[in-house]
Design a protein around this ligand. Structure first.
Ligand code: AHR
Length: 515
């Protein structure tokens, strides 16, 4: 059509035509009509992905490369985990085979765009020491009916690509989302995915533009209990231009799978949305001006690097879950973002098949009851970070029940054994230190992983279960004077006493006080 003909078509008709063309492009890309990925949808909307990371699936219809690299503990060998088919889901069976009888960490999450904005493990920054990769088997879920793994972050875990290619800098527009979880979060700084500094340091207001998800309320008010999506724009987690939330309806999102979205035109506008990644649409939590009462955010000063799991300066105390995320060039339209949410919902993220409570199957929640005659109403719980036994009953306070409940995980140091994650402090595990048991955050170190791994065997009294320490296999979880140790029968410590040893190391694996 020539320019002269175009002149005679009313603007409204042209706009409707453009909208129809966009809708058609999106339709072609919707799952079901073709196996489109979110990045095909962003491209159809004119805001192409410049980074695309996932441990669960391809984010482009045509992608058929590696999703992530794992390294196994037994011999430090690495392998790349790819897809079952082009545009499809992760080949988790390849990981299971490679990591059998040892453990693996994720060492790189690959960028699926042609820009190679891969995410290796983040080194030390000004606010935190060097990070570990996440344990590769800690978050088994399903996507599209396939068993896959998400990335489960404890403190001191993070990934970073410095000086990424094509990511917004100095006030350029961008969009991004991540699929995370509303059941695994904390209030430490900062579970982020997005645009950060080139140096691993805080270089000033507006030098970051990242999605934050958690319960760190930087600016009041934060409504309800969270966790909330916020924009980490550096030196502040923003829910609006004034910092705090403007929406009393936004009490947080506790869905097991959460879509968290941020867009920022780099000059004077940003928006935050979230939704249940398993159903429905997106809630707009904020859409409006960038902060102006504090200098540096309007316009922005992004530096174009990418972080996952920590703050811009490597503040790395946070925990969280990550399944997929992308960053775009340009400001995505609402229609594009809605289509991306529909695409995510179509993935049908889910938990592993339900695991019965009160068993030692990974994923099960349990309480551990002592069996010694003195103490059959006492359970292992944490109190002031130490593991002790206290009497817990249905009449107990909720706090006592929470502290006395544990989620069984595959052994952090050996997946033939198990680890016990705190029910009310996600990311914290039972570990021994100087032979005493404590609740502590997983710092990813080899020592922690080993100290937090226990191998179940038939109970020494002939009933129940005893738990051998993975790295001190002659020592078993024992209560002694109501404190919990790893003890060896007849050893040199008072808690190694032979009297009632078998009873004290025999536990009844019970239904959890807090499911
Ligand atoms: O903006 C919040 C945090 O502040 C950033 O992530 C970090 O770089 C700084 O400590």
């Amino acid at each position: 059509m020539t320019r002269s003909l175009l002149r005679y078509i009313p603007t409204a008709v042209l706009r409707a035509g453009a909208a129809l063309a966009f809708a058609a492009a999106i339709l072609v890309c919707l799952p079901g009509s073709a196996q489109a990925g979110p990045c095909d949808i962003y491209a159809a909307g004119g805001t192409p992905c410049v980074a695309a990371h996932s441990t669960t699936r391809a984010l482009f219809d045509a992608y058929n490369g590696p999703l992530y690299q794992v390294r196994r503990a037994s011999n430090n060998a690495t392998t790349n985990i790819g897809l079952l088919s082009a545009g499809g889901f992760a080949n988790a069976a390849a990981q299971d085979a490679f990591c059998a009888n040892t453990t693996c960490v994720i060492t790189i999450i690959f960028d699926q765009t042609t820009r190679h904005n891969d995410l290796p493990v983040e080194p030390a920054g000004t606010a935190g020491p060097a990070n570990s990769g996440v344990p590769a088997e800690a978050l088994p879920v399903t996507a599209g009916g396939h068993a896959v793994y998400g990335a489960s972050f404890s403190g001191r875990m993070g990934y970073r690509h410095t000086a990424a290619s094509g990511v917004a800098v100095n006030g350029q527009a961008e969009g991004m989302y991540m699929v995370t979880s509303g059941t695994h979060f904390n209030s430490a700084c900062c579970f982020d995915y997005g645009n950060v500094e080139v140096s691993i340091a805080d270089t000033g207001n507006g030098h970051m533009d990242a999605i934050y998800f958690g319960t760190l309320c930087w600016f009041a008010p934060c409504n309800g209990a969270g966790p909330w999506i916020m924009g980490d724009l550096e030196n502040g987690l923003f829910q609006s231009n004034s910092g705090g939330s403007l929406s009393t309806a936004n009490t947080g999102n506790r869905s097991p799978f959460v879509t968290a979205m941020l867009k920022n035109n780099g000059q004077n506008f940003f928006a935050l949305k979230d939704g249940n990644a398993r159903s429905g649409g997106l809630a707009v939590r904020y859409s409006g001006a960038l902060p102006t009462s504090l200098a540096g955010y309007s316009p922005m000063h992004q530096e174009g690097s990418i972080v996952l799991g920590t703050g811009g300066d490597n503040s790395n105390g946070s925990i969280g879950s990550f399944f997929e995320g992308v960053m775009t060039a340009g400001l995505p339209s609402d229609a594009t973002e809605n289509a991306v949410q529909a695409n995510i919902v179509a993935v049908n993220y889910g938990g592993p098949s339900p695991v019965a409570a009160g068993t030692l199957t990974p994923g099960s929640t349990i309480s551990l009851r002592a069996t010694t005659a003195c103490c059959t109403t006492r359970y292992i719980r944490h109190q002031n970070n130490a593991a002790v036994t206290t009497v817990i009953s249905s009449a107990s306070a909720q706090l006592d029940k929470d502290d006395g409940s544990w989620i069984v995980r595959r052994g952090l140091a050996n997946n033939a054994c198990i680890s016990f994650e705190s029910r009310d402090f996600p990311g914290d595990f039972l570990r021994h230190q100087n032979f005493q048991l404590f609740r502590q955050p997983n710092d990813g170190s080899a020592l922690f992983l080993a100290d937090a791994t226990f191998c179940p065997q038939a109970g020494m009294t002939g009933t129940g279960t005893s738990f051998a320490s993975f790295n001190f296999p002659t020592r078993f979880i024992r209560h002694f004077n109501n404190t919990v140790f790893i003890a060896s029968n007849g050893g040199t410590n008072t808690f190694d006493a032979t009297a009632s040893f078998a009873d004290d190391v025999t536990w009844a694996v019970s239904a959890p006080w807090t499911p």
